[in-house]
Write a protein that binds this ligand. Structure first.
Ligand code: X5A
Ligand code: ZN
Length: 695
């Protein structure tokens, strides 16, 4: 199994620069590359990566996407003087040539191909290429938006050709629409292209009709082009995460790509003068982490835009740190997508409904109409630029964000615990099954355990065996609480007793919010009334009398026979709830009669590593000891995950998720992805209000 992260950077790509005055192009500076690289060095991330050299792409490789005319024009600029360069540049929308541009662009493509080769050959598991000029606006026959050759598109065609791939996912999280990439793959069903972008109802560059949510691909490529337009600036962490949960991830898992490429622009991050969005660098750790769950971890991240140097550099670092398998920082702040984001998400979901099982079977058409109508009304009655007046172009604003980031990064970055996974493995039968990342810890003294549990679950733990296992579990949990271990595994003769004790212990330790996902039969249901514990109980059929409440939710799910369909519940429900709750610790317990297979369980562990600074305690019923290596591997996170074959969810499953979402979206706001209640209320008020105003 592949491991390791490739990093590709060649200083030569800083030689491409603007030689004359041009207020549109002057943000695409060489320092974008060098300062990002220097920050990677400062965080000691460079030394942890596998260095891969860039190379020049061949003409043949460039011609995989571009016309020979385009190639010849690019080639001819090498020998031009400034005046000539300026004149050719003028033929394109937002592009500048320098005598070294052709050479740099060949290196940018070549670096991307080197990255694909490193990942596809198994030399590394994933990686990032820092390149200039960027690529996603570039088209078959034209440079555009700072891009000469479409690095990512060429990488995708190259991967298809050289490795015979049939399904590649391109995620474009740059704040601009990669219209170049869309045009290139519009009719190609083997490439799923996802792009979110600042749009503002077509006001924002490149102001194209075809950047809207209803451009879904053409011919055989229908359903394989996903545009998520942002109609307001100021989109933040929750909006991006909601877009992943409710649009990209379910569709991507259903697509089941063999390779994932990221058009990785960081102009969607806070402080960027182009994007004017609010997402902090840590959100890119989460986005990266989610994409690492696809394609057995084969992930190539290729730089596109990003024009606030500090924001760009920090976001690049968060991405590389996550690729390396480090724990993911906790997202701070209120977790709720804004109305405009929900509206966009709802529109894309509706547009793609015919093409994806995970989106089918949902009915929101009457709201759809209402929403569209009111959107027009809103457009007509409000000044769209009113809220976005304060352009972050002034030096003051740039400095303000720099200062914010200085403090913010200190707050969110934490030392990686010395132990990755803790377990008490001495004398345990399962010891030889566990991977090397697992470190044994000494169990807690029996009397100490007795004292600890006597106050509450005392009567339940009379048996010596239970007491012993609790001793082990608490020792592991303490390692996590003391930040000596990132996560841990404990086996138990009674998983629900262990989970209940672990929950109590963590709350007593001072944790404000502990999330427990319990899979299988659960004998004891902990008291969740004070909100410090949230239980999601995954079982085939609800056996207990307990009814659902904000902090106790029964998710009735039996994994399909055809393969792993649990992803639709993970993204459609569990993660949105978990992110809304903002747990500081996650306990995942597997009791008897689990209704999920090993693949579903690995996915659960893999995905929940994104929360609570990746602090997870796993409690496994000791009759299920064969699960231990799987769980340990998923917790390690730096090895290639394998979640088996994905099966799209059945109609019944989609319905289960929808019902739960409708039931809980007021409490857990990250569940919101359609008008149902929130938009409806909002619009009825707005509508009535506007009607009064105009009558
Ligand atoms: C790669 C990228 C932006 C071009 C903006 C032109 N291009 N106004 O971010
Ligand atoms: Zn961009």
């Amino acid at each position: 199994m592949a491991s390791g992260t490739a990093l590709i950077y060649d200083e030569e790509m800083t030689s491409h620069k603007l030689l004359w005055n041009d207020p549109i192009c002057d943000i695409e500076v060489p320092e974008r590359l060098s300062s990002s690289y220097e920050q990677l060095e400062r965080y000691h991330l460079v030394e942890r990566c596998v260095r891969v050299p860039a190379r020049e792409a061949s003409e043949e490789e460039i011609l995989l996407v571009h016309s020979s005319e385009h190639l010849e024009v690019a080639k001819s600029t090498q020998a031009m003087n400034e005046e000539e360069l300026k004149s050719v540049s003028g033929n394109y929308d937002a592009f500048f040539f320098h005598p070294s541009t052709y050479r740099c662009a060949k290196l940018a493509v070549g670096a991307s191909l080197q990255l694909v080769d490193s990942v596809m050959s198994g030399k590394v598991c994933n990686g990032m290429a820092l390149v200039r000029p960027p690529g996603h606006h570039s088209q078959r026959n034209a440079a555009n938006g700072f891009c000469l050759f479409n690095n990512v598109a060429i990488a995708a065609k190259y991967a298809k050709r050289k490795y015979g791939l049939q399904r590649i996912l391109i995620v474009d999280w740059d704040v601009h629409h990669g219209q170049g990439t869309q045009y290139i793959f519009e009719e190609d069903p083997s490439i799923l292209y996802f792009s979110w972008h600042r749009y503002e109802h077509q006001e924002f560059w490149p102001s194209l009709k075809e950047s809207d949510y209803d451009s879904i691909g053409l011919g055989r490529g229908k359903g394989r082009n996903i545009n998520l337009p942002w109609n307001k600036v100021g989109m933040g962490n929750s909006d991006y995460l909601a877009a992943f949960f409710h649009v990209l991830l379910p569709v991507a898992f259903e697509f089941d790509p063999e390779l994932v490429l990221v058009s990785s622009g960081y102009d969607s991050g806070i402080g960027d003068p182009e994007g004017q969005m609010d997402a902090t660098p840590d959100v890119f750790a989460h986005l990266t982490h989610f994409l690492m769950q696809l394609a057995n971890g084969k992930l190539c991240v290729i730089l596109e835009g990003g024009y606030h140097l500090k924001s760009l550099a920090e976001s690049v670092c968060m991405t590389v740190k996550t690729l390396l398998g480090d724990p993911v920082p906790q997202i701070t702040g209120e977790m709720a997508p804004c109305l405009s984001a929900i509206e966009s998400i709802q529109n894309v979901r509706a547009a793609h409904k015919p093409y994806w099982k995970c989106l089918m079977y949902e009915d929101a058409s009457f709201l759809q109409n209402l929403s569209t109508k009111l959107q027009l009304l809103e457009k007509a009655t409000t000044n769209p630029s009113a809220e976005h007046e304060s352009k972050i172009t002034s030096k003051d604003e740039v400095v303000k964000v720099e200062k914010f980031l200085e403090v913010h990064m200190k707050n969110i970055l934490f030392p990686v615990p010395p132990i990755k996974t803790a377990a008490t493995i001495e004398s345990k039968a399962s010891a030889h099954l566990l991977p090397l990342s697992v470190r044994g810890v000494k169990e807690m003294d029996k009397n100490e355990v007795k004292a600890l549990v006597s106050a509450f679950y005392g009567d339940l733990v009379k048996q010596d065996e239970t007491l012993l296992s609790l001793g082990s579990m608490l020792a592991v949990l303490d390692k996590i609480l003391m930040k000596q271990a990132c996560n841990g595994i404990a086996e138990s003769p009674a998983a629900s007793v262990s989970a209940a004790v672990a929950l109590r212990h963590s709350v007593r330790f001072g944790f404000q919010r502990v999330l427990c996902i319990f899979v299988g039969d659960m004998e004891i249901i902990p008291n969740t009334e004070d909100g410090r514990i949230l239980v999601i109980h995954v079982c085939e059929k609800q056996k207990s009398e307990k009814t659902n409440s904000k902090h106790y939710i029964s998710l009735n799910w039996k994994e399909g026979a055809e393969g792993n369909d649990f992803f639709s519940a993970v993204f459609g429900f569990i993660l949105p709830v978990a992110y809304s709750y903002q747990a500081n610790l996650t306990i995942i317990a597997v009791g008897p009669n689990r209704s999920l297979g090993t693949n579903g369980i690995s996915l659960l562990f893999g995905s929940l590593r994104g929360l609570a600074e990746s602090r997870i305690l796993a409690v496994i019923e000791n009759t299920d000891i064969n699960l231990m290596p799987t769980v340990a591997k998923a917790l390690a996170g730096d090895s290639t995950p394998d979640f088996g074959v994905y099966a799209p969810p059945s109609q019944e499953k989609v319905h289960t998720i929808k019902l739960l979402r409708d039931q809980f979206q007021q409490e857990w706001k990250m569940l919101q992805c359609s008008g149902k209640s929130s938009l409806y209320l909002y619009y009825s008020y707005t509508y009535i209000f506007e009607m009064i105003k105009y009558s």
